[in-house]
Ligand binder design. Structure first.
Ligand code: ZDP
Length: 278
């Protein structure tokens, strides 16, 4: 039986969305996800996202498979896409917010009147055990620590935004050989659950330029959790303000780390590109 899908992207970070409201397990296997995401032999996407029934008082549950079949806990760009997808399934046009259960905790996207989506991404977790990483003692933060990768020492800061991130500040993001360095960060022995890696150029204290190598997906045009993690890393290193624009290859995200409630708020677009069945 053919399954209907809808393609969405958030700043070029693209996903296959599946209406999974009638079952509590994803309608595709991780293996299917690998095939569907293939850009030459399949539909093409960075990942597959399922809209499942809510649990623990939430409206919906989000599950996601990366294009290598692994399952991340959270996905920032994906949850903006999911919010728009749900609004379309429910035929909702007014601004409203949804409580979404994820493996990374409760996340609350809000559809704004201007078409953008602001997501309450929750609080960052900073202790080494929470990342997780063995780079420092379990109860210590990982801020500006040296890490040997690809024959070079990088100063890294680690942040968990539901999923794990390792951030390095560089003079020029364009000069980073992402396709060779990225996989070596991803599979480094100090990261037991692997890692998403962001390279950040501080253009101004309120404007960061980012390139990302994603765990399980490789180079992508944008990463919402990565943009949030990078702003947190910038603040921890005294390099940026608590509110900044993050420029990704696919466009701009507005990120704020609220002093009042310690939570991250991310604002950006999500767009439908097409529907189909397979
Ligand atoms: O943590 C991971 O394995 C990521 N590949 C998940 C996807 C993150 C994403 N790019 C985001 O926007 O947060 C979709």
């Amino acid at each position: 039986m053919a399954i209907e899908f809808t393609k969405y992207h958030g700043l070029g970070n693209d996903f296959i969305l599946i209406d999974n409201r009638s079952a509590s397990e994803p309608r595709l296997t991780p293996d299917d996800a690998v095939k569907w995401c293939d850009r030459h032999f399949g539909i093409g996407a960075d990942g597959v996202i399922f809209a499942l029934p809510g649990q623990d008082d939430t409206d919906y549950t989000m599950r996601i498979f990366n294009n290598d079949g692994s399952e991340p806990e959270m996905c920032g760009n994906g949850i903006r896409c999911l919010a728009k997808f749900i609004a379309e399934l429910e035929e909702i046009t007014e601004p409203r917010s949804y409580k979404i259960h994820t493996l990374g905790g409760l996340i609350t996207p809000k559809l704004e009147a201007n078409g953008l989506i602001t997501v309450d991404m929750g609080k960052p977790r900073l202790l080494a055990a929470e990342i997780p990483t063995t780079l420092t003692a379990a109860d210590q933060k990982v801020v500006n620590q040296p890490l040997e990768v690809a024959g070079r020492t990088w100063q890294v800061t680690c942040v968990n935004m539901g999923n794990p991130h390792c951030i390095t500040f560089v003079e020029d993001v364009a000069a980073i050989p992402l396709e060779t360095v990225g996989p070596q960060f991803e599979t480094h022995a100090v990261f037991p659950k692997k890692i998403n890696t962001e390279f950040i150029q501080v253009v101004r204290s309120d404007y960061l330029k980012m390139r990302v190598w994603e765990r399980g997906a490789g180079i992508t045009l944008a990463c919402g959790t990565g943009a949030c993690a990078s702003l947190v890393a910038g603040v921890l290193n005294g390099k940026c303000d608590r509110r900044a624009t993050v420029e990704l290859p696919g466009g701009l995200l507005q990120i704020e780390w609220s002093e009042a409630d310690d939570r991250l708020y991310m604002t950006g677009p999500a767009e439908k590109t097409f529907v189909g069945q397979r």
